[in-house]
Ligand binder design. Sequence first.
Ligand code: AMP
Length: 157
Amino acid sequence: MTGYRFGPHLISESQIFFKSNLTIGIVNLKPIAPSTLEDVHVLVIPKRNTPRLADLDNDETVDLMLSAQKIGNAVEQHYGCSSLTMTIQDGPQAGQTVPHVHMHIIPRKAGDWTNNDDVYQELDKKKQGVDNEDRTPRTEREMSAEASELRTYFNLD
Ligand code: AMP
C-alpha cells in the first residue's frame, strides 16, 4: 500500500497510473460509463489531501492542470475517443462527495450518451437523491488491470 489518500480513502499503489511532483492519476472505484464504452472515467488528484480547489497553492494548481492535460491525452488515445469531459465538482453543493480536490476525466466519442450532457446527470446521481450505490465497486484486480494499461503512457515504474 502507498501513503496516498483520496479524502478518507486509502489509495492502493495498483490504482495509480500517473505521478508528478504534486499530483497523481488514479482509476475510479465506480466509474460512470455509457453503454458503448467501459470503465472510461479516471480521476486526477493533488497528492495533498485538501477539499477545495481554492485550497491549492499555485504550484499544486498548475501541476494539477498540466497533469490533467497529459492524462486526458493518454485516455483519449487509449480508448479511441475524440473529446474529453473534464470536470471538478468543487464543494458539496456542486455534487462533490469526496472532500479531496479531484478532476473527473471522461473520454468522449460521438453517440456515447444519447443526450450529450447526460454525462453530468450520471456524475451527479447521488446529489439528485438517486443512490449511486447501484454502481458496483470494481475489484482491486479490475482497477489494477486498467491502471497497468494506462501506466504504459507515462513510464511509471
Ligand atoms: P464526486 O462525486 O465528484 O466527489 O466524485 C467522487 C468520485 O470518486 C466518484 O467518481 C467515485 O466513484 C470515486 N471514488 C470514490 N471512492 C473511490 C476510491 N476509493 N478510489 C477511486 N475512486 C473513488
